[in-house]
Design a protein. Structure first.
Lengths: 324, 66
């Protein structure tokens, strides 16, 4: 029997016996060496609008070549992609797509970005890292949609090749993270700060679930933390919850709650606050200075864009984001 | 074989048996669980995971940079 190995990729830090698979389902100790089971084996591949990730301040109206493998570092009871995130890689239908092929496909489909998304990209770290490194050489940008549950060292190393990250800040209480997600809040907040320090463009998504994390006081507290630690220019996407996976007994989030969350965020000083999973004017971007409509969206599609060279066309104010 | 030799042989065998029974009672649960768990994991790997065409790619790149 080989020796035990501690995986220090995510804050769970599993100690694995020989032939034991980690809590993420995709990393195994074999003979005292830790291996990834999903390198070059995505179970989901698609070309999506970048707005779907969601990124609203990153190359609007472009497409992202999106990939995911099975597995996740958390076990959220409301997961929208639980069929693959909570599945073992031996149970999913996987493609054979090594990093250079991912980049080749992205170029073929005219995608400006490769996005590591759907499940938690941290679990396929090595695959993402190698793909991002190659993509950078071909002037393709790298973005990820992550829960931010990753340790500092691997995150700093990854940040060298990551252009943008959309982090799911699922709630602002340790209780929610432990009871609903099987994780902790503190490492996620630390990861947000690290991404900011490393110069990765950051957007935040917060799924609001009735009775679980819809306390306006907590939302205000979360937004104040963001303004203080990450700055007021970080866009936040409040996403409307619909019953799913293990939380089918809860109702969809009321529109009123969503609007209240947006007001609380703006009161806390956040400049770019969006509402997702619902149609409203809050999916548009308004200049934080002159308040004019600068990007009009309908769902994932951009109807008009009044940003020129990263500046508002009406008042010439610099709009935070990556625009070209 | 004299009676004394037979007695000695019996005494040695009895001692070994007693030691084995005591060891099994003291450590058995620990070793059996460990070996049982190992065999279960190994059999699952050999019969299921390795037959699904999944790769084994060395992990933890950031360790190599330290």
């Amino acid at each position: 029997m080989g020796k035990k190995v501690q995986c220090d990729l995510c804050p769970t830090e599993c100690v694995l016996e020989d032939y034991q698979v980690g809590g993420c389902r995709v990393r195994i100790n074999k003979g005292g060496t830790l291996y990834s089971l999903v390198y070059g084996k995505p179970c989901a591949v698609a070309v999506d609008p970048i707005e779907k990730k969601p990124f609203f301040h990153f190359l609007p109206a472009t497409t992202a070549f999106s990939i995911a493998t099975a597995g996740c570092v958390l076990g959220c009871k409301f997961c929208q992609n639980w069929q693959i995130s909570q599945a073992d890689p031996e149970d999913t239908d996987n493609l054979d797509l090594p990093p250079d092929d991912v980049v080749r496909q992205a170029i073929f489909y005219n995608c400006r970005t490769i996005t590591y998304t759907y499940t938690e990209p941290t679990v396929f770290y090595e695959y993402m890292y190698d793909t991002a490194k190659i993509a950078r050489r071909f002037n393709i940008k790298n973005t990820m949609h992550t829960c931010g549950y990753i340790n500092e060292k691997p995150l700093r190393e990854l940040s060298k090749f990551m252009d943008a990250a959309d982090v799911d800040l699922k709630a602002f209480t340790e209780d929610f993270y432990s009871r609903i997600c099987g994780g902790r809040l503190k490492p996620v907040l630390d990861a947000l700060v690290v991404l900011r320090e490393e110069g990765v463009w950051l957007e935040i998504t917060n799924l609001i679930i009735s009775t679980l994390n819809d306390d306006i006081k907590k939302i205000r507290e979360m937004c104040s933390w963001i303004v203080k630690n990450l700055g007021p220019d970080v866009p936040i996407h409040f996403s409307r919850f619909f019953p799913n996976y293990k939380l089918k007994d809860l109702p969809p989030t009321p529109m009123e709650t969503m609007k209240n969350a947006r007001s609380a965020a703006m009161d806390a000083g956040m400049r770019y606050v969006y509402l997702g999973n619902m149609r409203s004017e809050a999916e548009n971007t308004y200049c934080h200075r002159c308040k004019n409509l600068i990007i009009e969206r309908h769902g994932y599609f951009v109807k008009q864009n009044n940003i020129s060279n990263g500046r508002c066309r009406f008042c010439n104010t610099s709009i935070p984001g990556v625009w070209s | 074989m004299t009676d004394i030799r037979k007695f000695r042989l019996l005494a040695i065998l009895t001692t070994i048996l007693v030691v084995l029974i005591l060891s099994y009672n003291i450590f058995g649960e620990y070793f059996m669980a460990e070996i049982g768990g190992y065999l279960q994991r190994r059999i699952y790997y050999e019969r299921t995971i390795s037959k699904k065409g999944l790769s084994l790619h060395k992990g933890m790149y950031w360790k190599e940079k330290e």
